[in-house]
Design a protein. Structure first.
Length: 266
């Protein structure tokens, strides 16, 4: 079908996400891929570094397009690892200089995707470590908590702070999320190989990728245990999950602050 890419069975055991290929850019839910298999979605403000994170995690320099102008991701972007596993780059919020009507459309598309997508296995939320827990971040966190959907928070651009300041911010975020037992937080920088490895293997568990060295996964977690908080079962072997998951509760995603402001101004 259109938008589908051919995949080989050759998977890099050191990077289970490296086989990712761009397959589709969907402007709305009417144009998305069939709702089956396993998906992990990336969310975050427009300047949080989503595209750079996707490139670092897949080990590809230009899989996701990066730009000096935040907010260039204006649709649901699908990257397929194989016929049943995908990464999805969600539209960014915050600094995108687009019309209020476009921001409203983004919000409705995001709301529909998060509520309707049964293949969704987890959310990776990018938060700039210098500006964590914005209103949109907190809305996404609360939505995941209400849906019991696993959430991985990457405090991006950690290299912009000293180690002490970065650890302090991580601890503050952890304290704010003590009641969210399916949430994992960690420091993240595209320049930090151990941090990339930890996040990469975490995502691989959600995608049920076979051939992962689970002992190495636990070792990576232990290496970073002083700077991250993981949900209790994250690093135990992922249980088998049916390709047809049960329906989640429908929960409206609160409107992005920037969209509300723009709408009021229009």
């Amino acid at each position: 079908m259109p938008g589908q890419a051919k995949h080989t069975n050759n998977r890099n055991p050191r990077n289970p996400l490296q086989s990712a290929q761009f397959v589709l850019l969907a402007p709305d839910m009417a144009h998305v891929l069939p709702d089956n298999g396993y998906e992990v979605a990336f969310a975050g403000r427009s300047n949080a570094g989503k595209s750079s994170a996707i490139n670092a995690l897949t080990g590809q320099k230009s899989l996701a397009r990066t730009s000096k102008t935040p907010g260039r991701t204006q649709a649901l972007v699908f990257f397929a690892l194989d016929d049943q596993r995908r990464l999805v780059d969600l539209p960014g919020y915050g600094y995108a200089k687009v019309a209020a009507s476009v921001k409203q459309r983004w919000h409705h598309t995001l709301d529909a995707f998060l509520n309707q997508r049964q293949a969704l296995r987890g959310i990776v939320l990018l938060m700039d470590i210098r500006h964590p827990l914005t209103e949109f971040d907190q809305q996404m966190i609360e939505w995941c908590h209400a849906q019991s959907l696993p959430l991985l928070i990457l405090l991006s651009k950690a290299d912009k702070l000293s180690k002490g300041a970065a650890h302090t911010t991580l601890q503050q975020v952890n304290q704010a999320l003590t009641s969210h037992n399916k949430t994992t937080t960690q420091l993240f920088s595209v320049k930090d190989a151990p941090g990339i490895e930890q996040a990469r293997l975490h995502i691989a568990t959600w995608l049920q990728i076979e051939g992962i060295c689970w002992r190495a996964l636990r070792s990576a977690a232990a290496m970073r245990s002083s700077v991250s908080r993981c949900s209790p079962s994250v690093f135990s072997r992922a249980r088998s999950v049916s390709l047809t998951s049960t329906s989640r509760k429908t929960s409206s995603v609160p409107e992005c602050p920037s969209a509300r402001t723009a709408s009021a101004a229009s």
